[in-house]
Design a protein around this ligand. Sequence first.
Ligand SMILES: C[S@@+](CC[C@H](N)C(=O)[O-])C[C@H]1O[C@@H](n2cnc3c(N)ncnc32)[C@H](O)[C@@H]1O
Length: 233
Amino acid sequence: MSAYDAIAELYDPWSRTVTEDIGFYVAEARKARSAVVELGVGTGRIAVPVAAAGVPVIGVDSSAGMLEVCRRRAEAAGVERLLDLRLGDLRDPPVPERVRLVTSPFRALLHLETDAERLEALAAAYRLLEPGGRFVFDVFAPSVEDVEETHDRWLEREPGIWERAHWDLEGRVLTLCLRGRESETSMRLAWLPVEDWRFLLEQAGFEVVACYGWFDLRPYAGGEDSIWLVKRP
Ligand SMILES: C[S@@+](CC[C@H](N)C(=O)[O-])C[C@H]1O[C@@H](n2cnc3c(N)ncnc32)[C@H](O)[C@@H]1O
């Protein structure tokens, strides 16, 4: 059972305003000229627009509830034939295919808490790629202001949808509680400084092509978000 199962129906209304990354991932998928594997595909917030652009997607997720919402969303958009959804762990994805692009949008890798787990996920992404193929993902590390504004406070993010962030700065773990009218959950997100991500990526054998600070491709300059484009040599 995944922490996301309880809020699968809440996820889309909760993330309604998160749209800044869609064009970026669709553009990367168009460039790849192959199917895309999305690790942590969720409800298809990115995968459905990618499929709508004509690119086949193999989507892996450990939440059956999220995949069910994704399936419905793909049907509503008329792209279900381009979306192949598979229940599984992103550290050991049930994907024998090899592709030119693997993605993990919207901080999915932050659900991994140790370097050993992160390296397993990076090794899995590496294995899925043909030589020259790319792994593209985004992660974040909080700013002092974000922590001060949100720590241990229930905030209404969307009408009827509340969230509370508890920041463990020493352990670098955010415990996020999410509550709707009929469901609630709690999940942990473990962040890392950008330099630690770079070190792990290089340890996993990737070549860093770019590290952006936002989805408009501005170079990373010390903000909360980092967007990584790395290559299997
Ligand atoms: C923040 S959501 C992102 C979903 C989607 N990529 C998006 O951009 O909206 C993170 C997703 O990763 C999935 N996830 C978390 N840990 C996972 C794991 N170890 N293996 C597979 N999926 C996982 C969750 O179930 C959830 O659907």
